[in-house]
Design a protein around this ligand. Sequence first.
Ligand code: N2P
Length: 357
Amino acid sequence: MQGYGWKGLLGMGLLGVALPAMAAGQQLNLFNWSDYMDPAIIADFEQETGIDVVQNYYNSNAELFAKLNAGGDSQYDVIVPSGYFMPRLIQAGLVQPLAPEGQSLAGREAILEEFRKPAYDPEGRYTVPYLWGTTGIVYNTEIWPDPEPSWSLLYDPEVNPDQPFALLKGDAQFTFGTACAYLGEGFDCVGQDPWKKAARQVIETRHRDNFVGFVDATATIEQLARGVIQAGIAYNGDLASKQAENPDVYGKIGFFIPREGSQSWVDVMAIPARAPHPEAARAFVRYMLKPAVAARLANYNYYTTPNAAALEQVDDVLRRPPVMPDAEARQALHFAPSVQGKQLQWLQQLWSEALSR
Ligand code: N2P
C-alpha cells in the first residue's frame, strides 16, 4: 500500500463506506416492508454517513413489483423483496448488480454459508440477505385453545364453520402453496395441475359466509387483536414483536406452522435498475452487513438473522419458537421455489381466475 495517499485509496474504492464529508447532502430512498426497520439504525446511519434516509413502505412482494414496474425502479435506491421474488425482478430488468462487474461487496463474508449462493441469486450478484422468518396461521386462543396445527383451520368448513377468517393478500404463489399443502399436493407445488386444484380450493373458500377477504399480514394481526377476524395468516416475527411490546392487546393471539407445510422466506436487500443514488445504496447495504447492526435489526424485529457474525449478539427470545422454529416446524417449512416464464403465466392466470369466479 506504500505510495498510495488517501486520494489513491479513495479512487480505488478501498475505504469502504463513503466518508461523511463526501456523502453530506445525499439522499437514500429506502422502500421496505412496513414495521421492518429499527429507527435507531436509520438515525445512526444518517449520522455516520451524512446521507438522509427517506423510507416508504409496502406490504407484499406483489405490491413492490407493481410499484417498481410503474417507474419505481428509478425512484428507490434500496428494496427488500423476498428471495424467491428476485428472479422475476431480474428478468424484468428491474434490479442492478450490487457491485460493479468483477467486484464484490465488502462485508459479504459475514453471511451464513447457506445464504451466500442461494438458488434465487446463485452468484450472489444482486442480493444480500436481510432477515429470515416464517409464515403461519395466527388465531384467537380463546376460541381455539388447542387447535390442530393444520391449514384446515382456514380451509375446512367443519373445523371453522362460523368464525370470521382471512387469507393473505398479495401473494398468489404462497396462497396456492397453502391450498396445495392442505390438499396433499405439498406446499412447494408448481405447475398447471396442482395450481388448478389450488385455485378451486380458493374459489370455494372465498364463497364461504365467514370468509372476510384477503388481508395484509400486518393488518391481519391488528384485525385479530380487535376481534374483526378470529384466524388468518401472518409472519412469526411480526406477532412476536407486537406481543413483546403490548402483551395485553396481542397476548391472546396464537401462531403455528401448519404440519402440511408452509413457507420460510429470506428477505434480501437489492438495488433497483435505475436507482437515483446507487453509491448511497451500496453504503447502506455495507452498513447493514456489519454484525452489530445486523444483530440490532434482528433484535428489534424479532426475526432471525442470516449474518453469522451477528448470531452471538441476538437476544435469547430469538433462539426459541416462534422466532426460531423448532425441529418439528422446520420439517414442515419450505423456501418457495422461484417461478418464471410459462409457469409464471399460468400462476398469474389461475390466480386471477381464483379471485374473479
Ligand atoms: C415486516 C415483515 C415482512 C416479512 N413486518 C415478509 N417477508
